[in-house]
Design a protein around this ligand. Structure first.
Ligand SMILES: Cc1ncc(C[n+]2csc(CCOP(=O)(O)OP(=O)(O)O)c2C)c(N)n1
Ligand SMILES: [Mg+2]
Length: 912
């Protein structure tokens, strides 16, 4: 925390002199002005150090009960003064022309597409504000590669682009010759014959171009922070070389409203992530209007980032303001700026020079006098800092060189810059097209050398290869190691351990009661020891390690801590002490599922970003996964992440005691919404072992683009040995685990996860009490069965003349007779996804039991009875359905329910 005095000391701020005609004096009462004057005199005479004096006053103030309020923002001006600036290293004029061409092509592409296909969308105003911020980076900072001291090639920077500025990124790639006219013609027309361009950064759609999905606001920034941390993690563990590379994240100022954007920034300073640079594009607007109309977003962000320990660099005003500031000896111009809120600045920009003269400078005669020789046009064109390459260059250079903490550049820009009709207007975000006059004005303003006809048709323009612009641009990128962004598609990583190496789990537990959570932790420990893949395993946990019994893993591989362990843990003498290490392997994230998910994402795409396939195992309370960080999981899928999400203590009745907020009965349904997520609900350790082994093989040996969601339970029971030939069914989603002991089954029972045991118990009840034979099936994945079924059905639909193919489900169940009672610890909608393929004689065979409704705190027996997923309810459902099918007398069925202790009039748990 900084006080005003420390602030002043730290930044070398000057205080406006309280001279006779000084504006500063005018603000004070006579009494206070005397004090200020005395202060000035003492400082000027050199009799005392100003900082010491203020500090003494602050302490004295404290003693007398006068406490200075904390203020974390500095004066509303550039952090770097003109005197400190370095000259621009590039050819500014040529860079301006290149930037103009990119502006034109970005705008022309969006405009053209919306003329052709009204409503297809796209953005022009965001890139218009961002162009200088990106182009200074492209010409001088963004390294596709670095060259090491011995001339060796080192990997380059990562860039998280502001998602809706993607037209500008495409337009540059077009100029560079990486994208063709056909690409531009197919912006947002991805489903045509020629190559298309996705709306936003989507590695799933453009896998050799984009690396990092960003457009869902907030996800880019948090992922960038954890990416920077993961880079250090790999370096500190000795898995990759430490290089000078940076992670750049371009963030919208409106985007900072998202909790994900700012919620994790303290990690940056805590872990000294000086490989991270945020650039916040402060165009003062979001979609609907001003970001902070009544305040200043820059002040707010400066305070927040400073408080979090970041190096903050403000780029507010362009060079054309410098002469005015130089003449502002009394600080009146700065004072006037500080009187304005962002809403004012937007109005000035939108209304132009005459208005600015009257309402901004005109407030004080001294300021009006200052600009009396300026034309209105000159006043209109007094630039904000983010449009001035010199200011931006100097800010980036400082950020690059800053050591110890991350840097944030707060750059003021104009949304819709250069598009007269749209500049700084509230509606500019939604601007997609320009009028003919607008197009003509754009071409004139940015000196685009194309004939009027081409301009009005919004034709993209690329100058000849040997034009100075193209030569310069190519040379700059060559010097910085090549074009960006690119995404590489490396060959699959390594050989997965065979199923035989999981023998300990496929053999069963010899009657010992264990939970699948405990079992998984033992598999994890085993994998961590594996000579081939042990180093690549990344255990991630958001402060739930003890819940999952991970103490032994902590002891085994340690918790990653960039500062090692600077204290002696109180449990040091114990076997399983809390071990933190510089090269620790576990990412213990603290209580942040979003942060943990960002780590999963960084680790899950490491095979491409670092050419270092890593296997993240992110273990969490299943309730706080898909429903809490679902959008980040979606982005991880888009980023082609690989790895395992391990939903712990899962199930609405198996997770006992914790009640409504913790009992997950729906994560498998949510998982099924992510196309590349394969979700499994194993009951036994051999099932889990088969899924894990196959998952590692698929993702890292074969290179499949998918990741896994596996639920694990905390109910302890004996783990049977794997039945012969079960592996295929486990992976496909269903296999028969126990046939009826006597006779042919007239009913089929599906069980999943911990509820499989209830299905097995129901089988015994039905046989013993009611002489009904039932088969029991373990359904490991309803979602995978459904995916298979819909693919087969589609094929059948499209090939009506060919022999019908069968779904795996139909094949597996062939010959299995009677109704099917499916029970899981999840909502009824989960088994119901198979209903279309479970019909017989025009009637659905499926009777689903599930855990619809809010959870409750109680023990498992009561929870399962309440949600009607216990063995008695399963048996009762089978009997009831057999009665409806005419196989049992209705009265007999009713008395059977009573015998099973089922209260037919109990309240429906789905509505309770
Ligand atoms: C999570 C989420 N919510 C809403 C949106 C819709 N959206 C797209 S851009 C935008 C405004 C962005 O404003 P800002 O971050 O200031 O960027 P600018 O365009 O001003 O640079 C919004 C609300 C989104 N993309 N993601
Ligand atoms: Mg904005």
């Amino acid at each position: 925390m900084t006080t005003i005095t420390e602030d002043v000391a730290a930044t070398g701020e000057e205080i406006a002199p309280a001279t006779e005609n000084g504006a500063a004096k005018g603000d004070f009462s006579a009494e206070v002005a005397e004090w200020v004057e005395a202060f000035d005199e003492v400082v000027a005479s050199g009799r005392a150090n100003g900082v010491e004096l203020l500090e003494a006053l602050r302490l004295r103030g404290r003693e007398t009960g006068v406490v200075l309020p904390y203020r974390l923002s500095t004066r509303f001006r550039n952090t770097i003064s003109p005197e400190e600036e370095l000259p621009y290293p590039g050819d500014m004029e040529i860079e301006r022309r290149i930037k103009s061409l990119i502006r034109w092509n970005a705008m022309a592409m969006v405009h053209g597409q919306n003329k052709k296909d009204p409503g297809i969308g796209g953005h022009i105003s965001t890139y218009a504000s961002l162009a200088t911020l990106l182009e200074v980076g492209y010409s001088h900072f963004f390294h596709a590669k670095y060259t090491g001291e011995e001339g060796q090639e080192l990997p380059g920077d990562f860039i998280y682009f502001q998602g809706h500025a993607s037209p500008g990124v495409y337009a540059r790639a077009y100029l560079e010759g990486r994208l063709t006219d056909e690409h531009l013609k197919n912006f947002r027309h991805e489903l045509r014959e020629t190559p298309g361009l996705s709306s936003y950064p989507h590695p799933w759609l453009m896998p050799d171009f984009w690396n990092f999905p960003t457009v869902s606001m907030g996800i880019g920034p948090i992922n960038a922070i954890y990416q920077a941390r993961f880079m250090r993690y790999l370096e500190n563990r000795g898995l990759i070389e430490r290089t000078p590379r940076k992670i750049w994240a371009f963030v919208g100022d409106g985007e900072t409203d998202e909790v994900e954007t700012l919620g994790a920034i303290s990690l940056g300073a805590r872990e000294k992530l000086d490989n991270l640079i945020f650039v916040v594009n402060c165009n003062l607007q979001r979609l609907d209007g001003p970001v902070r109309g009544n305040k200043r977003i820059v002040d707010e962000l400066e305070g927040v980032f400073t408080g979090a320990g970041w190096n903050v660099i403000k780029v507010l005003w362009g060079s054309d303001w410098d002469p005015l500031f130089a003449r502002d000896t009394h600080g009146l111009l700065l004072k006037r700026m500080e009187e304005c809120v962002d809403g004012d600045f937007q109005t000035y920009k939108a209304k132009g020079g005459a208005y600015i003269r009257q309402h901004f400078f005109g407030k004080y005669p001294e300021l009006a006098e200052m600009v009396k020789d300026y034309t209105d046009e000159q006043l209109t064109n007094l630039h904000r800092g983010g449009h001035d390459p010199v200011k931006v260059f100097n800010a980036y250079k400082r950020a690059m060189e800053h050591r110890g903490v991350p840097s944030v550049v707060l750059a003021m820009t104009v949304k819709g810059f250069g598009m007269a009709s749209a500049e700084s207007r509230n509606a500019t975000h939604s601007e997609k097209k320009l009028t003919d006059e607008g197009l003509a004005a754009f071409v004139k303003r940015f000196k685009i050398p194309i004939p009027e006809e081409q301009a009005l048709a919004a034709m993209p323009f690329r100058p000849p290869q040997d034009s100075p612009e193209m030569v310069y641009m190519q040379e700059r990128r060559r010097a910085l190691g090549g074009v960006m962004p690119t995404r590489s598609l490396p060959a699959p990583g390594f050989k997965a351990p065979g199923l035989e190496s999981f023998a300990e789990w496929t053999a069963g537990s010899n009657g010992r009661a264990v939970s699948t959570t405990m079992g998984f932790i033992s598999v994890l420990r085993h994998l961590l020891k594996d000579a081939e893949i042990g180093q690549r395993v990344v255990p991630i946990v958001p402060d739930e390690g003890r819940t999952f019994g991970m103490e032994s893993v902590i002891r085994q591989v340690g918790i990653y801590a960039p500062e090692g362990q600077r204290y002696t843990p109180h449990d040091k003498e114990m076997l399983l002490f809390y071990r933190e290490e510089l090269d620790g392997q576990i990412l213990e994230e603290g209580i942040t599922e979003a942060g943990a998910m960002a780590s999963f994402t960084a680790a899950g795409q490491a095979y491409s970003t670092y050419k270092m396939p890593m296997i993240p195992f992110y273990m969490y309370y299943s309730m706080f996964g898909f429903q809490r960080t679902g959008d980040m999981i979606w982005a991880a899928a888009d980023a082609r992440c690989r790895g395992f999400l391990m939903g712990g203590t899962a199930g609405r009745t198996t997770m006992l005691g914790e009640g409504l907020q913790h009992q997950d009965g729906h994560s498998h349904l949510l998982a099924s919404t992510v196309p590349t997520c394969k979700s499994y609900d194993p009951a036994y350790m051999y099932e889990m072992a088969v899924v894990l082994q196959d998952g590692i093989r698929r993702m890292y040996e074969k290179g499949d683009e998918c990741f896994y969601y596996i639920t694990m339970y905390n109910e302890e029971y004996a783990m049977p040995a794997m039945p012969e030939g079960a592996a295929e069914g486990i992976l496909k989603g269903i296999y028969k685990i126990r046939a009826a002991a006597k006779g042919e089954a007239t009913v089929q029972l599906f069980g999943s996860g911990a509820i499989l045991n209830e299905a097995l118990r129901a089988q015994a009840i039905l046989a013993e009490k009611f002489q009904i034979a039932a088969d029991v099936w373990s359904v490991t994945s309803y979602t995978e069965l459904r995916r298979d079924a819909i693919a087969v059905e589609r094929w059948n639909r499209l090939h009506p003349a060919e022999a019908e193919r069968k779904t795996y489900l139909e094949t597996a169940l062939s010959g299995a007779k009677g109704p099917i009672v499916a029970a899981s610890d999840y909502m009824k909608a989960l088994p119901d996804v198979l209903a279309p393929w479970l019909e017989s004689e025009g009637r659905c065979r499926l009777v689903t039991l599930g855990t619809d409704g809010f959870g409750r705190s109680d023990n498992r027996a009561h929870l399962r009875r309440h949600f009607e997923v216990n063995a008695e309810s399963i048996a009762g459902a089978a009997i009831s359905r057999l009665a409806r099918d005419g196989k049992i007398k209705a009265k007999k069925a009713q008395s059977a329910l009573a015998e099973l202790g089922i209260d037919a009039e109990a309240k429906d748990p789905a509505r309770a």
